[in-house]
Design a protein around this ligand. Sequence first.
Ligand SMILES: Cc1cc2nc3c(=O)[nH]c(=O)nc-3n(C[C@H](O)[C@H](O)[C@H](O)COP(=O)(O)OP(=O)(O)OC[C@H]3O[C@@H](n4cnc5c(N)ncnc54)[C@H](O)[C@@H]3O)c2cc1C
Ligand SMILES: *[C@@H]1O[C@H](CO)[C@@H](O)[C@H](O)[C@H]1NC(C)=O
Ligand SMILES: *[C@@H]1O[C@H](CO)[C@@H](O)[C@H](O)[C@H]1NC(C)=O
Ligand SMILES: *[C@@H]1O[C@H](CO)[C@@H](O)[C@H](O)[C@H]1NC(C)=O
Ligand SMILES: *[C@@H]1O[C@H](CO)[C@@H](O)[C@H](O)[C@H]1NC(C)=O
Ligand SMILES: *[C@@H]1O[C@H](CO)[C@@H](O)[C@H](O)[C@H]1NC(C)=O
Ligand SMILES: *[C@@H]1O[C@H](CO)[C@@H](O)[C@H](O)[C@H]1NC(C)=O
Length: 678
Amino acid sequence: MATDRLFSRAMAAFVVTSFFPLLCSSAQARGMNYTFVKDAARAPDVSYYDYIVIGGGTAGCPLSATLSERFRVLLLERGGSPYDDERIGDMTRFADTLSDTSAGSPAQRFVSEDGVINSRPRVLGGGSCINAGFYTRAADDYVRGVGWDLGKATAAYRWVEDVVAFQPEVGPWQAALQQGLLESGVAPDNGFTYDHIEGTKVGGSIFDADGRRHTAADLLRYARADGLDVLLRARVAKILFNVRGNRRPVARGVVFHDSAGRMHKAYLNAGHGNEIILSAGAMGSPQLLMLSGVGPADHLSSFGITLVRDQPAVGQGMYDNPMNAIYVPSPTPVEVSLIQRRQLGRPAHGLQQRRRRSQAAPQLRHVRIRGSCHDHASHMQLCKCAVPYKVTVLSTRLCCVPEQTGQLATVPPKQRTPEAIARAAEAMSQLNDTAFRGGFILEKIIGPLSTGHLRLRNRNPDDNPAVTFNYFSHPEDLRRCVAGLSVIERVIQSRAFENFTYSDFSVEMLLNMTASYPVNLLPRHDNDSKSLEQYCKDTVMTIWHYHGGCHVGRVVDTEYRVLGVDALRVIDGSTFNASPGTNPQATVMMLGRYMGVKIQSERLKAAGLGRKKLIAGDPYEGFKLSATLQFSVVPAAKMQATLQKRFWYMMNKSIISSVMYLQRRCNKDKLLEPRNSY
Ligand SMILES: Cc1cc2nc3c(=O)[nH]c(=O)nc-3n(C[C@H](O)[C@H](O)[C@H](O)COP(=O)(O)OP(=O)(O)OC[C@H]3O[C@@H](n4cnc5c(N)ncnc54)[C@H](O)[C@@H]3O)c2cc1C
Ligand SMILES: *[C@@H]1O[C@H](CO)[C@@H](O)[C@H](O)[C@H]1NC(C)=O
Ligand SMILES: *[C@@H]1O[C@H](CO)[C@@H](O)[C@H](O)[C@H]1NC(C)=O
Ligand SMILES: *[C@@H]1O[C@H](CO)[C@@H](O)[C@H](O)[C@H]1NC(C)=O
Ligand SMILES: *[C@@H]1O[C@H](CO)[C@@H](O)[C@H](O)[C@H]1NC(C)=O
Ligand SMILES: *[C@@H]1O[C@H](CO)[C@@H](O)[C@H](O)[C@H]1NC(C)=O
Ligand SMILES: *[C@@H]1O[C@H](CO)[C@@H](O)[C@H](O)[C@H]1NC(C)=O
C-alpha cells in the first residue's frame, strides 16, 4: 500500500550546504523593479478584481504571478518591498533582520505560549525573505500522499527553481562534518540534488554563489504586468461575506488599511469563479479567518466577532518542529579565508598576542549539514527516520568580554526575558572583536506528532495571535529528540570531527554549557546534563517551520477551498500537517504555482463546457468526498518523523551567551587554548 511504502521506506537525505556571501552591490540589492508594485496609500478607496490574494508571501507571490496570466489579480501584502531592505538580500545579515523588533522590521517576533521565541515574516516574499535559505523538494511519496499530481508538481518545482534555487559550494569543514555523519551511520552520499531522497546529499539554497538571496518576490517576474496589482503596507483587517438567509456565505471582498491608517475596500468582480485566496501563512491565515467570522463560534463570540460560519477546526493542529542544539567549542577555525562577516574594530592592545596565535581576523563560517539515515538497524531508533543536521560555525578568535555582558547566562531563567536578551545582544554588538569559535549541531523533529492551537488575543490583525505548540507533549517526539541528540554525540566523538572538538570537554559538559544559554524562556533543571529528555524539553527552540491551523480535510478541501463558504480558499503552509521535505519553502512556492495553474486551467475548461453546467449543482460535494478519502490515506498521526541536525547561526542570543561562557572559561583556566597552534 502507498501508505506503507511512504512510512516504512527510509527517508534519507544528507545535505551539506555552505554559503559564500560577498559584499553586495547596491544595484543588485535593489533588485527587481516591478511596475505593478505600489504602496497601498496610492490605492483607490474601492477597487474590483477577479482574484484577491491576501499575503504576498512564499505561496502568495507565485500564486498571484500565475493567476495574473489570464485574470485581474490584487495581491495585498502588509509588509514592504524586500528590494528596499539591504539586509534581506545579504545572507550574512540574516541575524540582523531577525533581531530587529521594530514595527517596520521584515520579521515580526512572537513568543509562543510554550515560552519559545519565534518569528514570522512581514514583507513581500514572506518567509523566503527572512529564512535560512535551505531549498529542498518534498519526497515523491509526500507529494503523492497529499494528492498532488507528481508530474505537475515537478513542473511547478522547476518553474520555481529556474528563478530562486542554486547549488551551493561545499568546503572542507562541511566535508569533515559529512564524514563524521557517515561514520555515525548516516549514508550513502548522493551528491547534489533538490530531491528529498535516501542517503546523503548536498541540497539547494536560495542564496546564490555570491551570497545573494533570491525570494518568492522574484517569482513576480513571471507576472503579466497588466494582470496584477501588488499593494505594499496593505494590512488586511477582514474578509467580507455575503450572508443571505440559509445560503452558504460567499466571500465578496476585503477591508485593508494603508500605512496612514486609511481604510480601503477591494471587491470581487461579478462573475462565477472569482475568488479571494488567503495566503497569510500559518499565523496569519487562521487569524484572519477568525477575525472574519469563520472559526470556533464560542471563541469568536467572546471577542464580539459576528459569526459567519462555525468552524471549530480553524486554528487547530498547529505544529512546530522542535529543535535542540548542542554547542561544540572548536579549537580549529574553519575555512577562514572565505567569509568576512563584517569589518570589526582593531583589537585592543594586549590582545595582539592571542590574536596572532589564533586567527588573523574574525571570520564567520556557516555550514549547513543535514543528514538522515536508513531504517536498517532496528536497534537504532533514530534510523526509523531521517536525521537532518544543521550546524553553524562562527569562527573568530577568542578575546575579551566587558563585564556587563558576561552575566546573562547566569540570570535565573524566569528573568531571561526577551528584553534581557535584547539588552545582552545590544551589549554584545558593542564589543570590539567579539571572539567566538565553535559550532552548534542541531537536531529537529520532523512531523511532529505533538500539536497545539492558535487563538486570538484581540481583534487587531497586526498583533500576533496566541499560539501554543505543546512541544514534546507526544512521547514519540521526545524519544526522537533523544535519538537525535545521541547521533550528535556520536558525530562529536567521531574521528572525522577530532580537530573540531576539545578532548577535555565531555558531552555532559557540552550539554551543561548549552543548557545555560538563554535560548528560550523556560526554566532549567539540575538534571539537564544528565537526562537527555529533560535537556530536550528545557532547551527546545524552533526552526521556524511551524505550520497548520487550516488543515486540508478539516478547514479546506483538497482543492484548498474553505469548507462551508464559497469563493474563498487558503493556499499556504497553514494547510500542511507535516513539514514537507523537512524544509517547507520549496514546497510552499511550488504549491502557489501548482494551484495557480490548476485554478486557471480548470476555470478555462469549465468555461469551455458552458456556463449553464458551471452554475448548476454543488461543485463542493465531490471535493469533500475526495478530501475524506485523502485523509484516510495519510493521517497526520502517521507522518514520518525526521530528526534533523542542521547548521545554526541565527540564534543570536545563544551565540551571545556561548561567547560569554567561553570567555569566562577562557579567563579562568585557559581551557580553550587551541591544541594546535597556527
Ligand atoms: C527565520 C526563518 C528561517 C527559516 N528557514 C527555512 C529554510 O532554511 N528552509 C525552508 O525551506 N524553510 C525555512 N523557513 C520556513 C519557510 O520560510 C516558511 O515555512 C514559509 O516561508 C511559509 O510560507 P507561507 O506562504 O505559508 O507564509 P509566509 O511566507 O509567511 O507568507 C505570509 C505573508 O502574508 C502576509 N500577511 C500576513 N497577515 C497579513 C494581513 N493581515 N494582511 C496582509 N498581509 C498579511 C505576511 O506579511 C507574509 O508576507 C524559515 C522560516 C523562518 C521564519
Ligand atoms: C525602475 O523603474 C523606474 C521607472 O520606470 C526607472 O526610472 C528606474 O530606472 C528603474 N530602476 C531600475 C533599477 O531598473
Ligand atoms: C574598542 O576599543 C577601543 C580601543 O581599545 C576603545 O577605545 C573602545 O572603548 C572600545 N569600544 C568598546 C565598545 O568597548
Ligand atoms: C546580534 O544582534 C545584534 C542586535 O540585537 C546585532 O547587532 C548583532 O550583530 C547580532 N550578532 C550576531 C552574531 O548575529
Ligand atoms: C587533524 O589535524 C591533523 C594535523 O593538522 C591532521 O594530520 C589530521 O589529518 C586531521 N584529522 C582529520 C580527521 O582531518
Ligand atoms: C554545570 O554547570 C553548573 C553551573 O552552571 C555547575 O555548577 C555544574 O557543576 C556543572 N556540571 C557539570 C557536569 O559540568
Ligand atoms: C529532572 O528533575 C526534575 C526535578 O528537578 C524532575 O521533575 C524531572 O522528572 C527530572 N527529569 C527526568 C527526565 O528525570
